[in-house]
Design a protein around this ligand. Structure first.
Ligand code: COA
Length: 167
């Protein structure tokens, strides 16, 4: 399976994305599990990033609905419940990195999420050591906000849908 070869079998790509590499069988089961999880939210979930010229699968990008037990933002009222967030997540195979593919794929997904789905906010939890992902977030227009949760990583990247302000 190509997505397994370019992403999930490579320790360098997996390190910040899913910590450990996976076997092909684990990759297959994980993708099925994720698809099952979002079965009622058809527009959310994982998309392959495919190069148009030759149909090469280069990675994946996703809008993931998460119950964020690790997040508390200053602009959200404190509640006894964990916040529900939509996270932008992505991984690009090493052979295809630093060519703008993640930027292009994420921009398309963000536009879809904001314009078509009417999402108000996307978040992304990135550890500071992940320079590539932090730079990608900045390039996409995300800003860093303090995460006040004691188990959080200190900050989280946020992108608000400004189109909603003008409606
Ligand atoms: C993060 C990742 C998706 C970026 O993909 P990419 O296709 O190389 O990104 P782009 O070519 O669109 O570049 C986006 C920005 O990241 C920068 N960048 C990419 N790789 C970098 C690296 N290794 N070191 C420093 N900056 C890097 C680019 O220069 C660009 O920033 P700029 O606008 O300041 O020049 C890719 O490195 C990856 O898959 N990493 C492993 C998985 C991962 O970390 N996922 C996110 C977990 S939070």
């Amino acid at each position: 399976m190509e997505i397994h070869r370019v992403v999930f079998s490579d320790p360098a790509v997996c390190h910040f994305y899913c910590t450990n590499t996976r076997t092909e069988q684990e990759t297959r089961e994980w993708l099925i599990h994720r698809k099952w999880q979002v079965r009622n939210e058809d527009e959310l979930g994982f998309l392959a990033v495919v190069r148009k010229e030759d149909n090469q699968i280069m990675g994946l990008v996703a809008l993931q609905l998460l119950v964020a037990y690790w997040l508390r933002l200053a602009d959200a009222p404190e509640t006894p419940f964990h916040p529900l967030i939509v996270e932008l997540s992505y991984a690009i195979g090493q052979a295809y990195q630093r060519q703008g593919y993640a930027t292009e794929a994420c921009q398309a997904v963000i536009e879809y999420g904001f314009k078509e789905m009417g999402l108000s906010r996307l978040t992304n939890g990135v550890v500071p050591e992940n320079v590539a992902s932090s730079r990608l977030c900045a390039r996409l227009g995300f800003h860093q906000a303090p995460n006040l949760h004691p188990e959080g990583t200190g900050h989280v990247w946020i992108l608000d849908n400004t189109m909603l302000d003008t409606q």
